[in-house]
Design a protein around this ligand. Structure first.
Ligand code: NAD
Length: 358
């Protein structure tokens, strides 16, 4: 199979595979779409078993960013970079300088940021070679930690789903949160303030104790979170939380949380729908973080500062979009994840049409 026939190719505008002899950098930058604006998406460093595995990851993540940015109604397309290597042993300044030069050679078509295996310190090195870097501190448009904005978007999404599924507000509703890290802890605070009852789990006991002390949450062991009596399950840890095994155990009718790639397979999304559960598509409900990053990119591009009012308006719009996904799923009797994918594709196609017509 050639690259163009691969299902993951998904009409990517560009796939840039680059090697730097001096540093040993091997990177793939996948640019899925620039129809809505420059392609934005983080850079991941991972010891991929093969170049094919790295390519597949870059292509899937890049298309995912196009969809996420479109559903957050941002003037951004989707892209992603992967660096093949072990983040614990293979990092050198020369490697990230070389990566910065590759990003710069794309002339602003792709904006990079941190992702798994890449730290702010690494991105500071990249920044020396290119201005197309988001997520760094120390400038007027710096966006800082995206987690509070992500949590606010997820909180509003949970509230909306509870209204739709149970016809009630959050008072007295039980929410099971898997993972009380950056986003999960903020989410717990917001839900607690809204009168929800919390059951939480994490592998980090200190984080659990802190959140429980503030919110009165009940703590359960990591595997027990799938068996608790709750109206809402909020995955805020790693991907793949909803699979055939966990779904058979979950009591919650609403699944709404911050984690990326919550469904182990698309079939799980169909099953959730058949079972009458309400699933908030992950890349829609967790779009607050990318809204925050987008404000930084726009601020850098325009030379202005960080615009809080713009972020607030985009968050409002994000909640409306989630409502639209839920409405269409109900009206068209189709799973929410399928509706969201279709809406994202339509938004990108519309941008292509407008660009072509201009
Ligand atoms: P984080 O690393 O701060 O928090 C994740 C938490 O999950 C940690 O406390 C960790 O100990 C816990 N955890 C790991 N494995 C677990 C397990 N098996 N059971 C229970 N808990 C477990 O990450 P975060 O920034 O809070 O992000 C959470 C999720 O949301 C991730 O999937 C991330 O990709 C996604 N997300 C985050 C943002 C953001 O703004 N930070 C934006 C969009 C999506």
């Amino acid at each position: 199979m050639t690259l163009f026939d691969s299902p993951d190719f998904a009409d990517h505008e560009g796939v840039h595979a680059c090697f730097d002899e001096t540093s040993g950098l091997r990177t793939i930058i996948a640019v899925h779409s620039t129809a809505r604006g420059p392609a934005a998406g983080g850079c991941r460093m991972w010891p991929y078993a093969s170049a094919e595995a790295a390519l597949t990851d870059a292509l899937r993540l890049s298309q995912g960013m196009s969809f996420k940015n479109a559903m957050a109604d941002l003037p951004l397309g989707g892209g992603k970079a992967v660096i093949i290597g072990d983040a614990r042993t293979d990092k050198t300044p020369a490697l990230f300088e070389a990566f910065g030069r590759v990003v710069d050679s794309l002339g602003g078509k792709y904006w990079t940021a941190e992702d798994v295996g890449v730290s702010p310190a690494d991105m500071a090195i990249v920044r020396k070679q290119t201005r197309y870097v988001a997520g760094l501190e120390g400038h007027a448009a710096a966006s800082g930690d995206p987690s509070p904005v992500t949590a606010e978007g997820v909180f509003r999404g949970v509230k909306l789903c509870v209204e739709r599924a149970y016809d009630r507000d959050l008072t007295g509703v039980t929410v099971a949160i898997q993972g009380v890290g950056h986003v999960g802890a903020y989410l717990a605070d917001k839900l607690h303030a809204a009168g929800a009852r919390l059951i939480i789990t994490d592998v980090n006991e200190a984080a659990l104790a802190e959140v429980a002390a503030r919110t009165g949450a009940q703590i359960v062991a990591p595997d027990a979170i799938f068996d608790v009596e709750a109206e809402v399950f909020a995955p805020c840890a790693l991907g793949g939380a909803i699979n055939f095994e966990t779904l058979a155990r979950l009591k919650a009718r609403v699944i709404a949380g911050a984690a990326n790639n919550q469904l182990a397979t698309p079939q799980i999304g169909a099953l959730l729908f058949e079972q009458g559960r309400l699933y908030a598509p992950d890349y829609v409900i967790n779009g607050g973080g990318i809204i925050n990053v987008a404000a930084e990119i726009i601020g850098i591009e325009s030379g202005s500062g960080f615009d809080d009012a713009w972020v607030a308006a985009k968050l409002d719009r994000l909640t409306e979009t989630l409502g639209e996904v839920l409405d269409r799923s109900l009206a068209e009797k189709r799973p929410t994840h399928a509706v969201a994918d279709e809406m994202a594709k339509a938004r990108i196609a519309e941008a292509v049409r407008l660009k072509t017509a201009a």
